[in-house]
Write a protein that binds this ligand. Structure first.
Ligand code: F6P
Length: 382
């Protein structure tokens, strides 16, 4: 069947570069004589028939604009249903209601798993485009939005150094990334953060934070920036030995994700660290010995990291993903998602591509982080 109308939806948390993908799709669709229909608020709009026409003449240079003109939601039509197969067959009827021949879904693992089921169980003409600022999807080297968010966090930490310097303070900066530490690792290294804590390597408060701060203050440093992922957490040994304000019981009582793991991002880890450090008299004394009063503050970057316009990398990657996704539609190559491998745009099966990715021990950023943290104070020791 010839494709005449393609639907586009964006689901999950927003991300700089979503509009760039939409524009990339629209450019190729226009050339191919295919019209685009915007489906609003992700899968919610798909089910409820919420649409807008997408006329490219109305959207010059849309790739430069942050957010998504299609709005987004975290609606997952499969949540709580007994049979995904049955539900997929049921909602597949929406293709007719919406009057679309094919659909491009732009989203993370949650959004794309719905697209995958529509393809698998109802043979719908679906293509996916991976999105997350966290960069934690296995099927692509980079997701758009990641480098914009890294830059925002890096700039924030660069800027914090001036006020940290003026007040001789410790700043604990909490960076988005629930499961993986890519954002914290890259922005922390980029800004030269003094301690970098990520979910992949549970931290030891005594060894990785308190000892490092003591060594730094003895080496002459008067202020310190700690970059911490919202999903970072202490090792069990450190939790039991070093923590006064949280315990294993508190972590066990946190709400759980769909796999039953506690949602550590709900801990407010930067505040926990500030409270713990404030209780440490030995740390305060070490600072005072070096003529520095110990003062520690937390800064949660939160949604500022997803805000604003995409950087050039993300604009171009978004456009490339959009173009590639539309080409898959034109080629009749469904059930796939676009991806970046090296500098090449490739395709992946939807079900494989949306698996999670983490920073592994052999990643050279691990070594870089450890060197960056320790060589500065070591090289200044008398
Ligand atoms: O997955 C992207 C992300 O930005 C995470 O880094 C963060 O934990 C989450 O979304 C926040 O989601 P929400 O905007 O729904 O609070």
């Amino acid at each position: 069947m010839e494709i005449k109308k393609v639907g586009i939806l964006t689901g999950g948390g927003d991300c700089p570069g979503l509009n760039s993908v939409i524009y990339g799709i629209m450019l190729k669709a226009y050339e191919a004589g295919v019209s685009c229909k915007g489906i609003l608020k992700g899968w919610k709009g798909f089910i409820e028939n919420l649409t807008i026409p997408l006329d490219i003449a109305e959207h010059d240079d849309l790739h430069t604009v942050g957010g998504t003109i299609l709005y987004t939601s975290r609606t997952n039509p499969f949540k709580g249903v007994a049979s995904i197969e049955e539900k997929a067959k049921e909602i597949a009827k929406q293709f007719q209601e919406l009057d679309i021949d094919a659909l491009i879904a732009i989203g993370g693992d949650d959004t794309l798993s719905v697209a995958d089921a529509l393809y698998k169980y109802a043979h719908m003409k679906v293509v996916g485009c991976p999105k997350t600022i966290d960069n934690d999807l296995a099927g692509t080297h980079y997701t758009f939005g990641f480098w914009s968010a890294v830059q925002l966090a890096s700039n924030a930490m660069d800027n914090l150094t001036t006020t940290a310097h003026s007040h001789q303070r410790v700043f604990v900066v909490e960076i988005m990334g629930r499961d993986a530490g890519f954002l914290t690792m890259y922005s922390g290294i980029s800004a030269g953060a003094d301690i970098i804590l990520i979910p992949e390597t549970p931290f030891d408060l005594e060894q990785d934070v308190i000892e490092v701060l003591k060594k730094r203050v003895n080496a002459g440093y008067k202020y310190h920036i700690i970059a911490v992922s919202e999903g970072a957490y202490p090792s069990l040994k450190s939790l039991e030995r070093d923590f006064k304000t949280i315990s294993k019981e508190i972590i066990d009582k946190l709400p759980k994700d769909s796999f039953g793991n506690p949602l550590l991002a709900k801990l407010g880890i930067s505040n926990v660290i500030v409270h713990e450090l404030n209780l440490r008299m030995d740390l305060k004394e070490e600072f005072l010995k070096n003529d520095v009063e110990f003062e520690c503050r937390s800064v949660v970057l939160g949604h500022t990291m997803r805000a604003g316009t995409p950087n050039s990398f993300d604009r171009i990657l978004g456009l490339r993903f959009g173009l590639a996704a539309m080409k898959l539609v034109l080629d009749g190559n469904f059930g796939k998602m676009v991806s970046l491998q090296g500098n090449q745009i490739k395709t992946y099966s939807l079900s494989e591509g949306v698996k999670k990715k983490y920073i592994t021990p052999e990643n050279d950023k691990m070594e870089l982080r450890d060197l960056l943290v320790k060589i500065r104070y070591l090289s200044k020791q008398k």
